[in-house]
Design a protein around this ligand. Structure first.
Ligand SMILES: [Zn+2]
Length: 341
């Protein structure tokens, strides 16, 4: 019997999970990368799918980002973005994911000459299709690249006015070191004025001070990653008291060497500190697994029980951008899931 066939894996697959930290460009599997490259006449610097996978041996976040931006170079049309998202939704459905929040990086496409309407319309069409085909609800997070000019982020946000009503949140991602979040206060304030909340990556490779800064200067309602908050006990207490959700990505953190191994990951410490932890896959095509793999790996590394996973799924559903009817339906499904006996 393989690991994936165990009773716990079956149970984890049936758990109606919500994924809050997912970069849709990071779901691009090598097979689709090749198919889209052929469709669009893009030459890839790899001979085979195996050669692409072999390149997924990263030293840190910047070494991953180099390959990540290269990979998304095959995405050119609405159909490409639709196909990318539908391939992900199909895998999410197999993993038992009930709700997905897709982040995407419009600036990374604009610099390649791909206009805003291409990712927006392709992804929104896929979200509608996923709802009817798989009963997976979704939200869209327009992310800004923190290693580019904040003025550009503001400009792109204003250009995206036709889709503001379709954006559930704005986000902040890309290379964290030496790129403090406070520089982006203006665009987050502008989004907030339009009723669009903010989330931000902080405390993945960057210091705990960036978490504090994202929370205070950008007024974000969730922190993506946030694992380095443990270096600042006073911040931990404040995050705990305010129940700020942390979208933690266990396999991503191992792959990018934020932690040497999963058993050494601070996840148990974050939970023992009373923090509002959720589990997510980040960039599943590059980091060795989707939602189910992340859950199974945590069960094996930490010995977490059904009740532990129910508690974290509850956190995610409560923190999700979804209408209250959908939230109540998912909470009802969670109440019906068999817990520890
Ligand atoms: Zn991320």
């Amino acid at each position: 019997m393989t690991t994936r066939d165990t009773e716990m894996t079956t149970w984890l697959r049936g758990l109606p999970k919500a994924e809050l930290h997912l970069h849709i460009e990071g779901t691009l599997e090598p097979e689709l990368m090749f198919a889209l490259a052929e469709r669009n006449g893009v030459t890839l610097p790899y001979d085979s799918v195996a050669a692409v996978r072999a390149a997924y041996d990263f030293d840190d976040l910047p070494s991953f980002l180099d390959l990540y931006y290269q990979g998304m170079g095959v995405l050119h049309t609405r159909e490409d973005f639709f196909d990318l998202a539908m391939a992900y939704f199909a895998r999410a459905q197999e993993d038992g994911v009930a709700h997905v929040e897709l982040s995407f990086d419009p600036q990374a496409h604009l610099v390649r000459g791909v206009p805003l309407e291409v990712p927006f319309e392709g992804l929104l069409a896929a979200c509608r299709e996923a709802e009817s085909r798989y009963d997976i609800s979704s939200a869209l997070i327009m992310s800004f690249l923190r290693d580019r000019d904040p003025a550009e982020a503001l400009e792109v946000f204003e250009q995206a006015a036709p889709w503001h009503a379709s954006i559930d949140a704005v986000g902040l991602d890309s290379a964290e070191r030496d790129h403090p979040p406070g520089r982006f206060a203006e665009v987050f304030e502008r989004a907030r004025a339009l009723g669009i909340p903010g989330v931000a990556h902080a405390g993945e490779e960057g210091p705990a001070a960036y978490i504090r800064e994202a929370w205070e200067a950008l007024e974000v309602c969730r922190i993506d990653h946030g694992v380095r908050c443990l270096e600042d006990p006073e911040l931990v207490a404040r995050l705990r008291d305010a129940r700020v959700p942390l979208t933690v990505c266990p396999l991503s953190n191992v792959k990018l060497k934020v932690t040497p191994t999963l058993t050494e990951h601070p996840l148990p410490a974050l939970r023992e500190a009373g923090l509002n932890v959720t589990l997510n896959s980040d960039d599943p095509a590059y980091f060795g697994g989707g939602m189910l793999d992340n859950h199974v790996a945590c069960h094996e590394a930490f010995g977490w029980t059904r009740d532990d996973f129910i508690a974290m799924t509850h956190n995610a559903v409560q923190a999700a951008f979804m209408d209250e009817g959908r939230r109540e339906a998912l909470l009802e499904r969670l109440r019906g899931v068999a817990s520890d006996v």
